[in-house]
Design a protein around this ligand. Structure first.
Ligand code: SAM
Length: 279
């Protein structure tokens, strides 16, 4: 697959942007080449040599289109990444919700391989125990990438011994250990108590409508995905997400993300934590 001209780079850049909202600026030439090279392993791309041929194939073949999208996502994630948000859920948000509601709905947008929604689920279960709550909690978790969604559904992970976890979490309570390696790295599998709390599904945050009701969620996590979009699209995504968040609901965004033009719709608590005050 040849993208050694600016024209070819631009064709792929525009196509990817149209499909996903992901914007690769001109400094990402090598990255684009590597991501396209990774498609060679799939027979459906045999005989594709130019950007135009690739786009034509992806347009007529949904499987090729999805593989193309999967190749361009960056899926880095971890358990309890940016711990402060899980601490805030445990100390502030969940106890208040437990007092006033029987059902709680949480949305994890761009959930990647699942470490984030499983961390949310483990925090909820721990909170239910600490605050003696029998509240029904549903967690919705989505991503555009079908490969990471499948990994997330499988719920099997590699856990490094150096990963910094909250002191209160006992991973053995929520995950079965399948294998332990000499360096302390473990393979773990989410227990069914955790798995049954989470519904995984595909959603493209670039879509102009989302399959949720207005004011549906009590908590939304949208972390470390906005950075792949341009500011105007970041703002449109945040706007759509805020609509689905209940008034007084909590929105967590990533450490490098910004609330942009939505400042007047939220109260800022610090640590990229926001409370919705209006649509
Ligand atoms: C860096 S990961 C962040 C994962 C997790 N939220 C976290 O903070 O650890 C970014 C995720 O965003 C997903 N993504 C990228 N573009 C997307 C889009 N248009 N719609 C939904 N998800 C998207 C990628 O597939 C990837 O799994």
């Amino acid at each position: 697959m040849v993208i050694d001209t600016n024209k070819a780079f631009k064709e792929i850049q525009t196509y990817l942007h149209t499909l996903t909202g992901i914007y690769l600026d001109s400094s990402k030439h090598t990255m684009m080449k590597n991501r396209l090279d990774s498609l060679k392993q799939f027979p459906v791309f045999d005989n594709i040599t130019t950007a135009s041929e690739l786009i034509a194939l992806a347009n007529r073949n949904p499987q090729a289109r999805q593989l193309f999208i999967n190749a361009f996502t960056t899926n880095q994630t971890d358990f309890f990444r940016e711990k402060v948000h899980f601490q805030d859920m445990l100390d502030r948000v969940l106890p208040a919700l437990f007092k006033n509601q029987f059902n709680i709905k949480i949305y994890c947008a761009a959930s990647s391989t699942g470490e984030e929604p499983y961390s949310i689920a483990a925090t909820v279960l721990y909170a239910c125990e600490v605050y003696n709550s029998s509240c029904d909690v549903e967690i919705y978790a989505s991503d555009i990438d079908t490969k990471v969604l499948q990994d997330a559904k499988d719920g099997v992970f590699t856990l490094s011994p150096t990963l910094s976890l909250p002191t209160w979490i006992n991973m053995d309570k929520y995950f079965d250990t399948l294998q332990v390696f000499a360096n302390g790295t473990k393979t773990i599998r989410a227990k069914s108590t955790l798995k049954k709390m989470i519904k995984f599904f595909q959603l493209n945050l670039h879509d102009t409508t989302y399959p949720f009701r207005q004011d549906e969620f009590d908590i939304i996590f949208c972390r470390n995905v906005l950075i792949y979009f341009q500011p105007k699209e970041q703002e449109a995504i945040l706007q759509r997400l805020l609509r689905t968040l209940k008034p007084n609901g909590t929105l967590y965004i990533g450490h490098a993300d910004d609330i942009l033009g939505l400042k007047d719709k939220v109260e800022r608590l610090g640590n990229k934590t926001y409370i919705k005050i209006r649509d």
